[in-house]
Ligand binder design. Structure first.
Ligand code: NAD
Length: 289
């Protein structure tokens, strides 16, 4: 039987509708909802992403400031800007577009963002709160993957979950969220011996490795929920580029019960979850005022 395809665009629209209502409520209470995004290097992809983000924010009633720093900025200048935004009461959320200039470590910059304004959920405090089950702002990509799993209605208590990929922004936080939800979680990574022996056990398989088509049908248990976080640009035989995931979609769709596509799965949901985090930050700040 063919898998049910998890439509990230449809789920993202639902999240956006919820965000719109919550932004309206904050506005009516006279509270600010403002995302400040720092753009330092001028990679075209970054500029396009920032423009799209500005449009999505405006559409939902969120104020958006794109702060462009010179290409050659050093850590001290970027950190100074973060400190200023942390102190600015009209700014409720802060994020940093990557890449940063050579020699500036992204985590050094991201970790400077005030916990409550860290809308990407990448600061050590926010990751730490996930460990304690007292989430403030949850890492976007992991939360998006989790929302896709939840949309299937699959019961996570006692389920076998396998996460392929152990990065700090995707795999590891996804594993934490699955553990929190009651699944028994195995985390696989580059050094895992015999990947298949783990993935085949999974009721829920979350793949965030950044390796095109890493997961084929024989890695997947019949009837599993498969969430593909990977985003890989590949050149096809006809010389065109296209975006594919870490899961071989054509192959796995005949084995899984639910499968998220790339594009159109975790990607749009991550964008929506970021906006959800923006409104959550603003609500937390409003509560503290
Ligand atoms: P990363 O390179 O930081 O981490 C990759 C992880 O996968 C590592 O833990 C590595 O050990 C593991 N890995 C690599 N090859 C493997 C293999 N052959 N077998 C098992 N494990 C292997 O990458 P990341 O930042 O976590 O991103 C992973 C993928 O997710 C990328 O394709 C990235 O573009 C994508 N991504 C998507 C979103 C989204 O919004 N959908 C957001 C972030 C990242």
């Amino acid at each position: 039987m063919a898998a049910q395809i998890i439509d990230g665009n449809v789920l993202a629209k639902r999240v956006q509708a919820d965000v719109r209502g919550r932004v309206r409520a904050l506005r009516e209470a006279g509270r600010p909802v403002r995302l400040a995004a720092l753009l330092v290097t001028r990679a075209p992809a970054g500029e396009i992403y920032a423009q799209r983000q500005a449009a999505s924010c405006r559409e939902l009633g969120i104020d958006y400031d794109l702060i462009k720093l010179p290409d050659e900025s050093r850590f001290a200048e970027i950190a100074g800007e973060i400190d200023r935004l942390n102190e600015d009461p009209s700014v409720t959320g802060i994020m940093v577009h990557l890449p940063l200039p050579g020699g500036v470590e992204p985590t050094d910059v991201q970790h400077r963002i005030a916990t409550v304004k860290d809308v990407e959920g990448v600061s050590p405090a926010n990751i730490g709160y996930v460990i304690y089950g007292r989430e403030v702002i949850v890492p976007c990509t992991a939360l998006a993957a989790m929302e896709l799993v939840r949309s299937t209605g699959y019961r996570l208590e006692g389920a076998e979950a396998v996460v392929v990929g152990a990065s700090a922004i995707a795999g590891r936080p996804a594993a934490l969220l699955l553990t929190q939800a009651g699944a028994t979680v195995t985390v696989c990574h580059k050094m895992t011996r015999d990947l298949k022996s783990h993935t085949r056990r999974a009721d829920v398989l979350v793949v965030a490795a950044g390796v095109p088509n890493l997961i084929a049908a024989d890695h997947v248990r019949e009837g599993a929920v498969v969430i593909d976080v990977g985003i890989n640009r590949v050149t096809t035989l006809d010389g065109k580029t296209r975006t594919i995931g870490d899961v071989n979609f054509e192959d796995v769709q005949h084995k899984a019960a639910y499968l998220s596509p790339v594009p159109g799965g975790v990607g749009p949901m991550t964008v929506a979850v970021l906006l959800q985090n923006v409104v959550r930050s603003a609500e937390l700040i409003a509560k503290r005022a």
